[in-house]
Write a protein that binds this ligand. Structure first.
Ligand code: CDP
Length: 801
């Protein structure tokens, strides 16, 4: 068998760990040896420890705070209260969504777990004891735990600190064509309706949040080691909020033990540790405990949806209407592009050829922790895709059309790109029907339907659920996407040393996704330098170029593109060096992986390493020495990966317990840099999808007490519960505008997966006429739905006994 030139190049590239190589993750060498360097591993001379006193009540006026008993405990250095913060104008801070958030409560507490005071002491145990010695006199107020309570005319106003805020509404926002959508509904043969709740969930990284602030009075420099996914944004925020000169601030984000969106916002603990270090002139460490993390840091979802689809009886979707009510908790602190009040919820139906749509959204304050963070999701896309795929299933069933067929007939066709979605995005590539076909074949769709019918005759409930997703990944382009006015783009800085080895730094920040491995693969692809010869560093604002950080699977679409572009800049200079070394004109020089050669005499060539040496030792007259450069990349569009997830389940009608029989995943994320890492990302996402649909759940009792503030109540699936996955990679649609054709992948499975699980259970119980069971599909909820033949919707009531 002969090898083509392309195959031979691909093999050469695999040898040096370039594109398509399932190179082992280089970061794991230190992680599996226990040699990672997390924020809690940082120990500085003279370091003190900070603990936070949190509110036991969800809504109460603070009448007084007495810190005298805490101060009397030996080893206590400082007790911070809201009153003290206020004297420095730091009692409140701006959020990333143009709201304000209390750093330490002054007037009222507004959710259980809110930060009320901080103690800084010699060790964390003394600090914790001293927190308990602080006496706070609260006057309880009526508590609001749902948007409906918050919207009631006589509801107490939670944000009475805000001038002009007379109710609990945060925003009313809309997008789309209302009149056109009304007309589509007038022409419909069938109108399909569904109401859903996507419950409150929590990213719950294993490592909680924390910081070590180190202010040096002699140099006036502030160094903060912290668990942040976006160090440069934190540097800018600290400069503006604390009014410190930006050049004096260094933010270092060391290894991060999982972020999933939880480590994007700015939390009071960070601010208090910084102020404490400035006041005490000593390093101050704050490490949050698990309950603190679950009860107070950025939660996700908590959105109610009313959806309607206008349908023609042959199955064509004519229009879609959606309304969402989002429960944002006490402060509107979503980390999302400024222009979009409910994130990218309007990406719903992007993969379907829907002529017209209209979305309205309302945000409401409640007495719950703030947030609405994008938990493994590009700003509310998880909710959008869940609603979309649940509505598609309901519509197909209302029309009596097969689930798969209904999707196929309404997909945007492969030749219809670029496609303007009904709510304003521009999608540019995809092979939706092909992905569906691969999935249906893999699961054995036709056979399963027969098996299902046979099983039903014997009283067994089998179900099959399909979900598709397309996610706008890679915010932004700077025309449309900014956070607090800072345009969204990203960066890479590459320095090739004289021996041909290199160091690459980017404005992204890996939290486990493997950037140290994959970025080197992009450089290897572009320059032919073996990936093992390239070291990747992220997370230090003193050394990394400015970037917007890592969330919303934006790293590969934006920072990854910057890595390719900076490599190309280096290659352009190396070409000049090669021409000089080969004594030919630049136009006569050709490039192949890792080598320049003379077009007319291909055996005469120089390696990229020889060019690197020449950049420091033998450059042509007039050329600036060195081989290094920086690229800032502003993507022309988002990238649009696509996926089909298909699940089969069996539901036990006697108990409501459901088991996953099989799960097939077909992901098209364009060119895969590292197929093994991509598979790991998909498996992780599917596991979180399974968790959200089956067990992961934070709810509140009527007094606003958080139920789900520890791992006994907030369940994470272990390897024992996690189903097996069958992954398919045969559909590859390169992104037309990304320099190496890659699309994001980090979140796809967590975004698209939940609807597949829920649709499968709903399919299993479809004979009962039930339209909806809201997540999580706990056995008692499924049992209730089957036994009483009724929908089980909304946040489950929490028993008061
Ligand atoms: O922003 P984040 O790193 O969370 O998400 P991502 O850009 O989707 O990348 C997740 C991981 O998968 C990174 O290590 C990427 O380089 C890798 N990846 C890949 O190998 N091929 C792709 N087409 C997309 C991502």
């Amino acid at each position: 068998m002969t090898t083509t030139a392309d195959e031979s190049r691909a093999l050469d590239e695999i040898k040096i760990g370039g594109l398509g190589s399932s190179r082992k993750r280089v970061e794991d060498d230190r992680f599996i040896r226990g040699k990672g360097n997390y924020t809690d591993d940082i120990v500085l001379p003279g370091m003190l420890h900070m603990e936070i006193l949190r509110s036991p009540l969800a809504h109460a006026r603070i009448k007084s705070i007495d810190t005298s008993r805490a101060y009397a405990i030996p080893g206590v250095h400082l007790v911070l209260t809201g009153e003290m913060m206020a004297t420095r104008n730091l009692a409140w801070m701006p959020t990333l969504s143009y709201d304000t958030q209390a750093v330490l409560a002054t007037d009222k507490v507004r959710f259980q777990g809110q930060e009320v005071a901080c103690v800084i002491a010699d060790d964390p145990y003394i600090a914790k004891d001293a927190c308990e010695a602080i006496e706070v006199d609260y006057e309880p107020l009526p508590v609001i735990v749902s948007p409906w309570q918050g919207l009631a005319p006589d509801a107490p106003v939670i944000r009475d600190d805000k001038v002009g805020q007379a109710d609990n509404v945060i925003y009313n926002w809309e997008v789309g064509d209302e009149a056109g959508t009304d007309r589509a509904f007038e022409q419909a043969d069938v109108i399909s309706k569904l109401e859903l709740h996507y419950p409150r969930s929590h990213p719950s990284p294993i490592e909680c949040c924390g910081s070590v602030a180190d202010f040096n009075r002699a140099t006036s420099r502030l160094t903060v080691y912290m668990t942040t996914q976006a160090p440069h944004i934190i540097r800018a925020a600290v400069a503006m909020v604390a009014e410190l000169p930006e050049q004096m601030i260094r933010i270092v984000s060391p290894d991060i033990g999982g972020g999933f969106g939880n480590k994007v916002p700015i939390y009071p603990g960070y601010v208090c540790s910084i102020l404490a270090s400035i006041l005490l002139e000593r390093p101050v460490k704050w490490i949050e405990d698990k309950t603190g993390n679950l009860i107070s840091t950025g939660f996700a979802r908590d959105v109610y949806l009313k959806g309607e689809m206008a349908l023609r009886k042959d199955g064509k979707i004519l229009g879609v209407r959606m309304h969402t009510d989002a429960d944002h908790g006490a402060f509107f602190s979503d980390a999302q592009p400024s222009k979009f009040k409910i994130g990218l919820m309007h990406s719903a139906f992007a993969a379907y050829d829907v002529p017209v749509a209209h979305l309205t959204a309302r945000g409401v304050y409640t007495n719950k922790a703030p947030g609405g963070v994008a938990y493994r999701c590009s700003f509310r896309v998880t909710e959008a895709m869940f609603f979309q795929e649940r509505m598609v299933q309901a519509a197909a069933s209302d029309l009596g059309i097969d689930q798969a067929e209904f999707r196929r007939m309404n997909f945007v066709r492969d030749d219809a790109f670029p496609h303007r979605t009904p709510l304003g995005f521009l999608t540019d590539s995809g092979q939706y029907a092909k992905c569906l076909d691969v999935g249906l074949k893999a699961i054995g769709y036709e056979n399963f339907r027969e098996e299902q019918a046979e099983a039903r005759k014997r009283g067994r409930l089998l179900g099959l659920g399909i979900s598709t997703m397309t996610e706008p990944l890679g915010a932004g382009n700077s025309r449309e996407y900014d956070i607090l006015g800072i345009k969204m783009f990203d960066s890479a800085d590459l320095k090739v040393h004289m021996t041909g080895k290199a160091i690459l730094r980017t404005g992204a920040k890996s939290q486990g996704q493997g950037h140290e491995t994959t970025w080197a693969q992009i450089v290897a692809h572009e320059l032919g330098i073996p990936a093992d010869d390239i070291i990747v560093e992220e997370g230090d604002t003193d050394t990394a170029p400015f970037g917007m950080g890592t969330y919303a699977s934006r790293s590969t679409p934006v920072a990854g593109a910057a890595v390719a572009m900076v490599s190309r800049k280096i290659r352009a200079k190396a070409r000049k060096l090669a021409a000089h070394l080969l004594e030919v004109s630049e136009e006569d020089v050709e490039w192949e992986l890792g080598r320049f050669y003379v077009r007319s005499s291909p055996q005469r060539g120089v390696s990229i390493q020889e060019c690197a040496m020449a950049a420091y030792s033998n450059m042509p007259d007039g050329m600036e020495p060195g081989l290094e450069n920086t690229a800032y990349y502003d993507p022309p569009n988002l990238t649009w990966p696509f996926a089909v997830y298909i699940v089969t389940v069996e539901v036990d009608p006697a108990t409501g317990v459901w088991d996953v029989l099989r799960m097939v995943a077909v992901d098209d994320c364009g060119v895969r840099i590292n197929p093994m890492i991509v598979e790991g990302q998909i498996m992780g996402g599917l596991t979180e999808a399974y968790a959200m649909s089956s067990m992961q759940f934070i709810t509140f009792d009527a007094d606003g007490n958080c139920v789900g503030s520890n791992y006994m109540d907030y369940l994470l699936p272990s390897a024992w519960e996690t189903p097996g996955y069958e992954l398919h990679s045969e559909v590859v649609t390169p992104c037309p505008h990304h320099p190496i054709g890659a699309k994001g992948i980090g979140e796809c499975a967590a975004v698209g997966g939940p609807a597949a699980f829920v649709n499968a259970v709903m399919d299993a119980v479809s004979d009962t006429g039930i339209r909806n069971i809201d997540m999580p599909l706990l056995p008692d909820r499924v049992w209730e739905a089957i036994t009483y033949r009724r929908d089980v919707s909304g946040a489950p009531p929490v028993r008061q006994d």
